[in-house]
Ligand binder design. Structure first.
Ligand SMILES: [Zn+2]
Length: 251
């Protein structure tokens, strides 16, 4: 049985939300760029979202990865293998995408989350979606905006959540894809609206806070986050709200 997907369009960019994570499709005529791809268990959902916006997988010219955590990379790894499209990410994220190392919360950190409402259900769900999979994307390479993918995504380096985390501005649609550098909700967060992702998920919280400055500098109208709903407003305003709520959670 297929689970419901929600698709929110802003001009040529589509935010697709599955139960626990988002990905983005950018349309440029017949061509598509896929940004992130959910968990391994979301691969069929990504295929379905491509069909739902009137395309087919062969329209995907390439994919961008905001960061190499399994909830964003897993589905991409399956689909890049299946369809042969190239996968690009930030230069400092390539080794992570290759799984030369892993900057991700492991089972040992799960107790840090269990006091949060919704967390037990979340852990059960993500294990089912392949959340413990350690597969990387072997062919991932640095994205060169001089050789742009459809929609001419512009990378914005936003280290912290991972060392090479990268946001992508879709200039024609005035959408900023923020991955997990700035989210608007999460199954284990009771906050609604622009926020930093809950603390145990980020590799370097101080850098993540500093990267909100890079987000604030971007000129756009809409935020498409890695988790939570699309948010209308300037990245500067979103960054301010995320800073204001950053102290909300205890460590
Ligand atoms: Zn994530």
């Amino acid at each position: 049985m297929s689970r419901p997907l929600s698709i929110r369009r802003h001009q040529d960019a589509y935010l697709v939300s599955a139960a626990h994570v988002n990905w983005v499709l950018v349309e440029d005529g017949h061509d598509l760029t896929l940004i992130d791809g959910g968990y391994p268990g979301n691969a069929a959902d990504v295929e379905r979202s491509v069909r739902e916006i009137g395309h087919q997988m062969s329209d995907v010219r390439g994919a961008l990865l905001t960061h190499a955590h399994v909830d964003h990379l897993g589905g991409l790894a399956v689909l890049a293998d299946r369809y042969g499209f190239p996968v690009f990410t930030g230069a400092d994220e390539v080794a992570h995408a290759h799984r030369d190392h892993l900057q991700q919360m492991g089972p040992a950190q799960i107790p840090l989350l269990l006091w949060r409402r919704g967390s037990v259900r979340w852990v059960t769900d993500i294990v089912r979606l392949g959340g413990t999979d350690r597969t990387g994307v072997e062919g991932a390479r640095p994205y060169d905006p001089e050789q742009p993918l459809p929609g001419t995504p512009v990378p914005v380096a936003t280290p912290g959540h991972t060392d090479g985390h990268t946001c992508y501005l879709i200039p024609g649609s005035r959408v900023l894809v923020t991955g997990d550098a700035l989210v608007t909700g999460h199954a284990v967060s009771s906050l609604d609206g622009p926020q930093l992702i809950v603390r145990p998920f980020s590799h370097d919280r101080e850098s993540a806070l500093a990267s909100l400055d890079a987000i604030a500098d971007v000129d756009a109208d809409v935020i498409f986050p890695g988790h939570g709903r699309a948010w209308e407003g300037s990245p500067a305003k979103a960054a301010t709200l995320a800073r204001e709520t950053a102290g909300f959670w205890r460590p």
